[in-house]
Design a protein around this ligand. Structure first.
Ligand code: SF4
Length: 344
């Protein structure tokens, strides 16, 4: 049970001796800590490192981030997914520039009011940058706490996560930032989902699940819902000027990203012509297939090449496509086109 100063001491001492050297741990700059936490939310450390290095070079401070061109920013973020993260981050950074003189607010209420700042980002940044006594509860922390407390409640429930946050804030020491990072580090490197290394765990003597031999039963998570399977035809619509039709997304989670026109597999060519406002003059040559797994959906895509002689404002030169921000799903199917193009 984590209820003692001895627990805190053991955890912090282990963290100081064993923490991984990560680029965002080399800075005290609240903006860079915030940027790293936005990237780390839902993305693994090894994936984040090269993106973080690129971003701190291109957007080293609040002003450069606030002034960045959105399309260039999305292009730089390409591959990290969850594109709302970077759009919200830039919006929040603009607020910081406008209302707080380009200084990340040190008052939790002010910071939590910024766009995209939820309990995790807020707790992580405010504790790591300013040592406010706030918890930062991510998947690693939920797993660690469920085992330490032998808590068999469903850890995916918001009410349980709120309780865990409260629980941590009851014991969080003055070194709040290190404490939060230590819990996350323990979850990432020792108290792992499968085969946790209890034998080398610095807080084993405080662990209820270990003492009751029920580690493998925790955390309890309700069965994940089956992912929705969606089947699309994706169209490479070319004209005589070596241009391809790419649509910029509006009002979706992928806002600002470009995609090839895609339709449910049973959509007729006539409906596509009507939707796009142009006439297709060849039937489709099959280019290839692609599959992409999102958090709640799986896309199965079949790519077809079409030709038109009509004008359309969404045509872009083929050589410009590489510079456009595209989701990973679209990149996969677009890659099929590039392969078939090389073979021709
Ligand atoms: Fe996790 Fe094992 Fe340590 Fe308990 S003893 S916190 S289950 S690694």
């Amino acid at each position: 049970m984590l209820n003692s100063s001895e627990f805190n001491h053991n955890l912090l001492a282990w963290y100081q001796a064993n923490k991984r050297t990560l680029p965002w741990r080399q800075t005290r700059d609240p903006y860079l800590i915030w940027l790293s936490e936005v990237m780390l939310q839902q993305t693994q450390v090894t994936t984040v490192i090269p993106y973080y290095e690129k971003f701190i070079t291109k957007y080293p401070d609040i002003d450069s981030m606030a002034e960045a061109d959105e399309e260039a920013l999305l292009k730089d973020w390409e591959g990290l997914g969850y594109y709302n993260r970077i759009r919200n981050f830039q919006a929040a950074v603009k607020e910081v520039r406008e209302h707080y003189g380009s200084t990340v607010p040190e008052q939790p209420e002010a910071f939590f009011s910024l766009k995209g700042v939820g309990p995790y980002i807020g707790g992580a940044v405010q504790s790591i940058a300013f040592n406010h006594l706030l918890a930062a509860v991510d998947g690693n922390v939920l797993r660690v706490i469920s085992r330490l407390d032998a808590d068999d409640r469903d850890m995916t429930k918001a009410s349980v996560q709120k309780d865990v946050k409260k629980r941590i804030e009851e014991i969080i020491p003055l070194e709040a930032g290190d404490f939060n990072q230590a819990l996350m580090e323990l979850g990432a490197t020792v108290c792992t989902p499968r085969a946790p290394k209890c034998i080398m765990c610095p807080v084993q003597e405080h662990c209820e699940a270990y003492s009751r031999n029920i580690v493998s039963e925790l955390p309890v998570k309700k069965k994940a819902k089956r992912k929705n399977e969606l089947f699309y035809n994706v169209y490479f619509i070319l004209n005589d000027r070596n241009e391809i039709l790419m649509r910029k997304q509006e009002g979706t989670l992928l806002q600002g990203m470009y995609e090839l026109p895609k339709y449910d597999v049973d959509t007729s060519v006539e409906s596509i012509e009507e939707d796009l406002g142009l006439t297709i003059d060849t039937s489709g040559l099959h280019i290839g297939s692609g599959k992409h797994v999102f958090t709640h959906q799986v896309w199965f895509m079949e790519g077809y090449m079409l030709h038109t002689r009509d004008q359309h404002p969404d045509f872009v030169p083929l050589e410009a496509v590489e510079g456009l921000p595209m989701s990973r799903a679209m990149q996969k199917i677009y890659g099929q086109f590039e392969v078939s193009d090389e073979r021709m």
